[in-house]
Structures are given as structure tokens and as C-alpha cells.
Design a protein around this ligand. Structure first.
Ligand code: 3NM
Length: 233
């Protein structure tokens, strides 16, 4: 089974696996944000982000109807499958299943992880946003596959966002949580290296990539700084 899985990955298949875990590369996790994308279609922005080196793509469109989410989801699924990029849907377990996403990303007020797992089964990725060491540990205990940690820096991208937790929280969480940790919130090319140095397995961004005039260039710059920071770990 392991061998066939490796063959699938080599063939450019997006990794959705487990139990036993699967190697997802969380390095540059780009989240869609249609209202920040200068009128460019979600799938075109995603294509450019992937060309620049995004390793995970999340569909997160709070203002989309279910139909719009399904439509965008199908397009992003086709694209990410072709490129071997992991595809995650925000909040909506139903949409994630319907478009055959690799997994779902939940907030603290969404379905509990155990319930999402019952619906999705063992083969899907479940991530959850955390904002403290306690939440991070609880997410790991509940069986999350990865956690978001943030907002690291000030951001106005999210409506109900809380005060920045700082790079220090990334460092603290990294010292006690073993599942992958993706830092989020106000991360840009100029501050990404300190976030990786603090122990994040990757960074999630919206505006740094989707609002950039040159989307693929912005992604490429982030990727290059992430790889540079890792050489000093
Ligand atoms: N979640 P930007 S911060 C969607 O802290 C989201 O959980 C956060 O957007 C959290 O990269 C955030 O433009 C917004 O700051 C990220």
C-alpha cells in the first residue's frame, strides 16, 4: 500500500491519505480571498499562486453561496489535482466532500473535529485554527491533522480577527505540539523568515499573494524566503 501511495504521489496526485499519516507539504499555504483579488477569478489567482510555488490551496469564500462554492471548488479540485497540490475547503465539510477536496479547515466555532472526522472518514485532512497553546494542544488531542496558529501579526483580512499572538506563540506551540503547525495572519515576504525560524512548518497567507499585482511572483518570493529560513534551522 505504501509503495502504491508513493507511486501516486510521483504521478502528481494530491496527497490525501491516513490512517498512518501522509506527507503534506505545508510550506506555502495560499487561501483564496475573492474580494482582495482585484477582480481576477479565483481559479486564475490560484493557478498563478501554484505556478509561484504554493503547496496547499484553501477555498475560503465567506460570501459565496453553496452553488458558488461548489462551482469554484470543482475548478480548484481539477487544477490542484493536475498540479499535485493539496486542496482544502474552509468551514464546509459538505462542500469538501462534494468536490472531493483533500480536507477541510475548521474554526473554533465550527463542527468539532471528532464530528467532522465521523462525516469525512479517516482519509481526509482536518485542520483547525488555534489562537493559544491550550487550543493547539486540544486540537492535537482531538485528532486534528494540522493546526493554524495566529494571527501572528496584525491583519485586517479577517472580520472577527483577534489581537496578534506574535511569533512567540508559534515558538511556544512548536515546543509542545507535534502535528504540523501553519502560522497565519499578516505574514508577508519581509516577516516570513522569523515565523519559520520560530518553528512553523509553513505559512498561510491571503493578501500577501492574492492581492499582489504579480501573484506568482509574490508566491515565489515567499517560497524562496521560506526555503532560505529553513537552511538556518
Ligand atoms: N485566520 P492575511 S488570520 C483567515 O488567526 C485568517 O486564525 C487567521 O490573511 C487566524 O494573510 C487570517 O491577509 C487572515 O493576513 C489571514
Amino acid at each position: 500500500e505504501m509503495v502504491s501511495r508513493l507511486v501516486q504521489l510521483d504521478a502528481g496526485e494530491a496527497p490525501s491519505c491516513k490512517p498512518g499519516g501522509c506527507r503534506v507539504d505545508y510550506s506555502l499555504y495560499v487561501i483564496t480571498g475573492d474580494k482582495f483579488s482585484r477582480g481576477r477569478p479565483v481559479v486564475e489567482v490560484a493557478r498563478a499562486a501554484i505556478a509561484g510555488g504554493a503547496t496547499v490551496l484553501q477555498l475560503r469564500e465567506k460570501a459565496f453561496t453553496a452553488r458558488q462554492l461548489i462551482d469554484a471548488g470543482h475548478q480548484l479540485r481539477r487544477l490542484t489535482r493536475e498540479k499535485g497540490v493539496t486542496f482544502i475547503v474552509n468551514d464546509r465539510v459538505d462542500v469538501a466532500l462534494a468536490v472531493e477536496a483533500d480536507g477541510v479547515h475548521l474554526g473554533q466555532d465550527d463542527l468539532p473535529i471528532g464530528m467532522a472526522r465521523r462525516i469525512l472518514g479517516p482519509g481526509k485532512i482536518i485542520g483547525i485554527s488555534t489562537h493559544s497553546v491550550e487550543q493547539a494542544l486540544e486540537a492535537q488531542r482531538q485528532g486534528a491533522d494540522y493546526i493554524g496558529v495566529g494571527p501572528v501579526f496584525e491583519t485586517h483580512t479577517k472580520d472577527d480577527v483577534q489581537a496578534p499572538v506574535g511569533v512567540d506563540l508559534v515558538r511556544q506551540v512548536a515546543s509542545v505540539v507535534s502535528i504540523p503547525k501553519v502560522a497565519i495572519g499578516g505574514i508577508k515576504a519581509y516577516n516570513v523568515e522569523e515565523v519559520i525560524a520560530a518553528g512553523a512548518d509553513g505559512v498561510a497567507v491571503i493578501t500577501a499573494v492574492v492581492a499582489a499585482e504579480d501573484v506568482s511572483g509574490a508566491a515565489r518570493e515567499l517560497r524562496s524566503r521560506i526555503e532560505k529560513a529553513r537552511r538556518y534551522l
